[in-house]
Design a protein around this ligand. Structure first.
Ligand code: NAD
Ligand code: UD1
Length: 330
């Protein structure tokens, strides 16, 4: 059994997945260029697990650098987290997103092919369901109709990987479509810590509760939802990490491409999340209802029955657990 290559392993979801893999007794190799992370997360992974692993600071578009990783390690599968993920930035700088997200995937695939490594798990997103489908999203729904370059890179990479599997039946690829990952490792040592003013709901709520921002702008109070605010499927990042472990098991015995939703199957509104965080933190989170944000959907949540049936995976943690662990991580 070779090592698992974790690209983007210093990032939010990648670092939590490294913990999961090490705790399952796997050997890992991590590669990251720290464009959106720091070495601190990797130190925390070592501290939580008490285990060592190889790390390479390298951009996945650097063909020679990636080749070196494959030459120096016996790799049996890759989990590909590396990518840029800020929706707004992708609208401003589309080429950066196409170049980084597609280029890093191509660089990785070429090296894998050269070294006969044909098992891959890809970090996809619920965003591939686009605007035309209605929740709950099921894997067999037609994807596409993405509303921003970030989402389009995810859709394009899914297609690219499906084409690869069609061309060479030796490949096994799992597309994991994440819903809204929040929370943190219960040790409090790992967290999501975006630079600048956060775009996503949970990090914004945290800053408001800490008094670093005055109030939350609730984007839209007139959606056709029970309280008028947007509904999303929030999932604990540790549940997500566990899903990667199950997907690796799946690849032991399966070839071809398979997509799985990773969510809880339950939608929560912006105000439900805000109140859950208030309960967890014991702090008030002031808010104002603001206009809708362009490109936002009213409701998004997963049908998770496929992952449950085929991978034997389902989310364990509640919204209150997610808020407690987010608060604990500071
Ligand atoms: P993150 O930014 O915390 O982690 C991504 C990591 O990849 C970072 O450490 C970054 O430095 C690294 N990276 C980026 N480009 C690289 C390159 N060219 N070479 C090497 N390293 C590179 O993001 P995350 O939230 O952990 O997300 C991980 C993956 O999951 C991403 O592909 C993201 O698009 C996807 N995803 C995230 C969410 C979410 O809400 N967080 C939802 C759906 C999908
Ligand atoms: C967004 C992206 C999605 C990406 C995901 C994870 C868009 C349109 N979608 O999803 O492609 O995969 O992040 O990075 O950007 N909200 C507020 N106030 C805030 C922030 C958010 O009310 O300050 C609301 C939003 O309107 C939404 C919910 O909170 O209803 C969740 O927002 P967010 O955390 O940004 O996630 P998504 O929009 O679901």
């Amino acid at each position: 059994m070779g090592k698992i290559l974790v690209t983007g392993g210093a990032g939010f979801i990648g670092s939590h997945t490294c913990v999961e893999l090490l705790e399952r007794g796997k050997e890992i190799v991590v590669v990251d260029n720290f464009v959106n992370s720091t070495p601190k997360a990797l130190e925390a992974v070592r501290e939580i697990t008490g285990r060592e692993f190889e790390f390479y600071e390298c951009d996945l578009r650097d063909r020679a650098g990636v080749e070196r990783i494959f030459c120096e390690n016996e790799i049996s599968a890759a989990i590909h987290f590396a990518g840029l993920k800020a929706v707004g930035e992708s609208v401003q700088k589309p080429r950066l997103y196409y170049d980084n997200n597609l280029g890093s995937t191509l660089g990785l695939l070429e090296a894998m092919e050269r070294h006969g490594v044909k098992k891959l798990i890809f970090s996809s997103s619920a965003t591939v369901y686009g605007e035309k489908n209605a929740a709950p999203y099921r894997e067999e729904m037609e994807t596409g109709g993405t509303t921003n370059p970030y989402g389009t890179t995810k859709w394009m990479i899914e297609r690219m990987l499906a084409d690869e599997c069609a061309a060479d039946p030796a490949w096994g690829v799992v597309l994991l479509r994440y819903f809204n990952p929040i929370g943190a490792h219960p040790s409090g040592l790992l967290r999501e810590d975006p630079n600048g003013i956060p775009n996503n709901l949970m990090p914004y709520i945290v800053r408001v509760a800490q008094g670093k921002l005055p109030y939350l702008n609730v984007f839209g109070g007139d959606y056709p939802t029970p309280d008028g605010t947007g509904v999303r499927d929030y999932i604990h990042v540790c549940d997500l990490a566990a899903g990667h472990g199950k997907a690796l098991d799946w690849l032991e015995t399966h070839r071809g491409v398979e997509a799985f939703n990773l969510g809880t199957g339950k939608g929560s509104s912006v105000l439900e999340v805000l109140h859950a965080y208030e309960r967890a933190s014991g702090r008030e989170v002031p808010y104002r209802v603001a206009p809708r944000r362009a490109g936002d959907l009213a409701v998004s949540y997963a049908d998770c029955s496929k992952a449950q049936k085929l991978l034997g995976w389902r989310a364990q943690f509640s919204l209150d657990d997610m808020c407690r662990d987010t608060f604990h991580a500071g």
